[in-house]
Design a binder for this molecule. Structure first.
Ligand SMILES: [Zn+2]
Length: 351
């Protein structure tokens, strides 16, 4: 048997260390040139074999971590490329490209304008690398976008997720801040909220997770860049337990219809009394089952909420008021339903 060759030094093991070979080297020639390559740049960042030539001063201005890094003197044998020091980063090349675009490619300015939509993968990189390198404006912009999609206010949440839009796993959610490919994204958002201390994203994200099919929820979701997101075992249990709580709540929300009397100014007393009586007699018909299956605990009560119940406008109004009060209570209880200890919820309206 021949002796195995010595193990190659992994390129990503180098981290921020300089290559001891210290040459304008054959090694550097193995890197691909990334989309961001500024001819007058003075530092080369390398991630997963992809190199980006940029300005130290801009990095230092935007990032405390890079600022500190550049104050460390370079060893004489540091790896160089085109006269620039080479810095190895442990990030994915796509993530690094997204933040370098934000910092250096002014053609992308409109991407980051208020009201513009960014892909989820870009927002995710802005939060993760923005936190890691302390690029605060990227971190703050990512948090703003995620908070718009996973709002802590019921009215905003309903605008996104429930009014008039069926909540199926494959529906693209209409949002002004993030291209949300599917509600399955809530799995990634729960993980981001856990890792980057954003507890207020958790209740709405868990609510959406409770609407997912187990076949999708348990194995997790892969984003457009191939990053796989999965709930921790503890969070998976929280999601499933919370779903059971919501199930009970939907049944409770229906109770006003079952206990309602006709309105004192009912304009169709016979019809409304008959409709309410029918509901009391068969409260668990197919329509109820379907309503429960949909888990739509936060929708607005409407004529179509319980198909086949024909109430006059006044009786319906009375029912809706009582139902909506229970719906608000459901929202306020989300942190409790999903056992989110320490999460301040409901969030008080900012004035
Ligand atoms: Zn009536």
């Amino acid at each position: 048997m021949s002796t195995p060759p010595p193990a190659k030094r992994s390129r990503t093991d180098d981290s921020l260390d300089a290559d001891p070979s210290g040459l304008e080297s054959a090694r550097s020639n193995n890197y691909g040139r990334g989309e961001i390559w500024l001819d007058d740049g003075n530092v080369v960042l390398v991630a997963e074999g992809m190199a980006f030539k940029v300005h130290k001063s801009t990095l230092a201005l935007n990032s405390e971590v890079f600022r500190d890094m550049f104050t460390i003197p370079q060893p004489a044998d540091a790896e160089m490329w085109e006269g620039c020091p080479v810095v190895h980063l442990q990030d994915s090349k796509k993530d690094l490209l997204y933040i370098l675009r934000a910092l250096f490619d002014t053609r992308n300015t409109s991407w980051f304008a208020y009201g513009s939509k960014l892909p989820f993968t870009v927002v995710s990189a802005m939060l993760r690398l923005g936190s890691k390198y302390q690029i605060l404006q990227l971190r703050h912009d990512a948090i703003r976008r995620l908070s718009e999609c996973f709002p802590s206010c019921l009215d905003h949440f309903r605008n996104y997720y429930t009014d008039g839009t069926p909540l199926d796993n494959d529906d693209e959610i209409q949002s002004n801040s993030i291209h949300v490919p599917t509600i399955n994204m809530c799995i990634a958002v729960i993980n981001l909220a856990r890792s980057f201390d954003l507890p207020q994203l958790l209740p709405p994200a868990f609510y959406l997770s409770a609407m997912m099919e187990n076949e999708v929820l348990v194995p997790g979701w892969t984003d457009e860049d191939g990053n796989h997101w999965q709930l921790s075992p503890q969070d998976l249990v929280r999601s499933l337990n919370g779903r059971a709580e919501l199930h009970n709540m939907v049944a409770t929300q229906r109770r006003p219809l079952l206990t309602a009397q006709v309105h004192e100014n009912c304009i169709a007393t016979n019809r409304c009394e008959r409709a309410l009586s029918d509901e009391r007699d068969c409260p668990y018909d197919d329509a109820v089952e379907n309503t429960l299956k949909d888990w739509k605990a936060l929708i607005t009560a409407s004529r179509s909420w319980v198909p086949g119940v024909a109430l006059c406008g006044r009786c319906l109004g009375g029912f809706q008021r009582r139902h909506n009060a229970l719906r608000d209570q459901t929202w306020n209880n989300l942190a409790e339903f999903f056992e989110l200890d320490g999460v301040e919820w409901p969030v008080k309206e900012q004035t």
